[in-house]
Design a protein around this ligand. Structure first.
Ligand SMILES: O=C[C@H](O)COP(=O)(O)O
Length: 246
């Protein structure tokens, strides 16, 4: 099966009204590869303005809370994202896991809730440097997948982002072979634990220090179906990353 390449730009907690406007204009004016799906995740406050101005792709939230509404100061819900027109949400990002101490249980609950509400999910998994050095990469990634598999059966609206924690924001990108090896293991896991059809269809992005210089080689690997880009998604080189498959 041909999987549509998908490139996400996670803007994290960066930008201002003016830089967000500039980024949207840059994307709208770029000649982006029509065969690549583009999703950008602005900070929540800027989501409505990006939705109303971006022509070049769809919009994601960077996080949600697992409940629909209520006394959860500071949080936003999947329903709210849906209400303002977002199509996607990123869940389980390494910064949510490590800075905000979200565990697999709450993350899995968020994935289920987002899918129930009708959002598509970019579900992030990945090992720390200590995990990798202790040969625990697949054990960690599989347990992150299992947590979600305990909550959902249908993975058709899920994209998996494999983001080794040691590669995020560090400039230490995984080699194409390292990325391929884990992506292949993830696909095998989906085959065994969900279904062969799901394994064939699911898209697996690589994230962690992706830039215009390294994306082509990683993107050529057979089990790499896109990227989740942080730092470089705030720069003009994001266009080169989207267009790297041409
Ligand atoms: O969500 C994106 C990842 O955390 C990657 O960030 P980075 O490209 O700045 O390393």
């Amino acid at each position: 099966m041909t999987r549509t390449f998908i490139v996400g730009g996670n803007w994290k907690m960066n930008g201002s009204q003016s830089t967000v406007k500039d980024l949207v204009a840059m994307l709208n004016n770029a000649n982006l590869d029509k065969n690549v799906e583009v999703v950008v995740a602005p900070p929540s406050l800027y989501i409505p303005s990006v939705i109303s101005t971006l022509k070049a792709g769809e919009v994601a939230g960077q996080n949600i809370y697992a409940e629909s509404k209520g006394a959860f100061t500071g949080e936003i819900s999947a329903e709210m994202l849906k209400d303002v027109g977002a199509k996607w949400v990123i869940i389980g990002h390494s910064e949510r896991r490590h800075v905000f101490k979200e565990d697999d249980k709450v993350i899995a609950k968020k994935v289920k809730h987002a899918l129930d509400v009708g959002l598509k999910v970019i579900y992030c998994v990945g090992e720390t440097l200590a995990d990798r050095e202790g040969n625990q990469t697949t054990a960690v990634v599989f347990s992150q997948l299992q947590a979600v598999a305990s909550e959902i059966k249908d993975w058709s609206n899920v994209v998996i982002a494999y983001e080794p924690v040691w590669a995020i924001g560090t400039g230490k990108v995984a080699t194409p072979d390292q990325a391929q090896e884990v992506h292949k293991e993830i696909r095998e896991w989906i085959k065994k634990n969900v279904s062969p059809q799901a394994a064939d269809a699911i898209r697996i992005q690589y994230g962690g220090s992706v830039n215009s210089g390294n994306c082509k080689e990683i993107g050529m690997k057979p089990d790499v179906d896109g990227f989740l880009v942080g730092g470089a998604s705030l720069k003009p080189e994001f266009v080169d990353i989207v267009n790297a498959q041409q």
